[in-house]
Design a binder for this molecule. Sequence first.
Ligand SMILES: Nc1ncnc2c1ncn2[C@@H]1O[C@H](COP(=O)(O)OP(=O)(O)OP(=O)(O)O)[C@@H](O)[C@H]1O
Ligand SMILES: [Mg+2]
Length: 363
Amino acid sequence: MIEIVSLRKEYDNITPLTDVNAVINDGDIISVIGPSGMGKSTFLRCINMLEKPTSGKIIVNGQDITAPGCNLQKIRQKMGMVFQSFNLFSHMTVIENIMAPQTDLLRRTRQEAYDEAVRLLKLVGLSEKAFSYPDEMSGGQKQRVAIARCLAMDPDTILFDEPTSALDPTMVGEVQAVISELAGTGKTMIIVTHEMGFARAIANRVFYMDEGGIYEEGTPEEIFESPRKEKTRQFIRGLKVLELTVREQRFDFLGMQTEIESYCRKNLIPYRMSRHLHLAFEELVQQILVPGMDRPDIFCSIEYSEKDEKVLFSVSYGGDEIDMSGEDSSLALSVLKSAVTDLGHEVSAEGARKNHVSMTILP
Ligand SMILES: Nc1ncnc2c1ncn2[C@@H]1O[C@H](COP(=O)(O)OP(=O)(O)OP(=O)(O)O)[C@@H](O)[C@H]1O
Ligand SMILES: [Mg+2]
């Protein structure tokens, strides 16, 4: 059990943590979420004393690890950490990376360390990479090696600080799958992540951090479906709704597609649906609407409802109504129709953007 009592961390110019209190039970899987800069990483680094708290206590199985003279190396062996940037030794092969801490810190023989490394590589699905060097591997593979190396110390607790945020989107799933496997093994895990679908699926408790501490905590269902406090509500709503505004002919199309991509990832929107959403945005906004406007004023809203597993895409625009079935856009319209259903068009009497197009993205 880990008890965190009135934890405070000040830096020279900023105090990210003013008063953090929590009791983390053995076997808890905790997702830590919240806006950038709210002290999530600082919180994790304080828990294993990589960062020295300004005040407060961290009590691990009855022992106050903030007390002077505490054997931090021993504590850290029982509390592994996985970082965004794998931190593997590039001059060592994969298996040596996993063996080294075992022989150095746990005094295991090379044979014992080797056997354990082989077992762990199998666990993370990388048996065939034992003698590769980190530079010869993909980001997802490197992160799985980093997880194996952490497990080699047989920690009771693992702290993950955004373990998938440095990865190419195609590799996020493999690393999340390995972490999910571990969640069933009784280890305590604290995971800081911006991938909300994952945060929700894996945890039994969610901490939302804001205002210098754990602003709200609850079950995944409570936090993601019915948060009680104002800032949590705003944050959760911001995750579920993506808003994009187009105000120029030569708008940043690729940038917006990237935002849509990251929105789909955060919400674990299935691959096909995400392709359809990209298509709908491209055909409707870039192919049909923008070319007919001198000064575009287009507002797009994308909203995912997890309950119905539906993505609603609505677009409002100013100026005259654009004939979507006109000759120039007929190809774009038929592509659009292959990706969406319930395509509706309305014109309202008032407002700057009177034209409204709405649709449901096909699964
Ligand atoms: N070593 C440091 N020295 C000074 N300020 C720091 C240090 N580390 C973090 N900070 C500041 O403390 C605040 C909290 O940072 P932290 O990295 O914990 O946030 P975070 O919630 O993890 O954000 P993100 O989601 O972007 O990773 C930030 O304003 C950051 O700039
Ligand atoms: Mg961080």
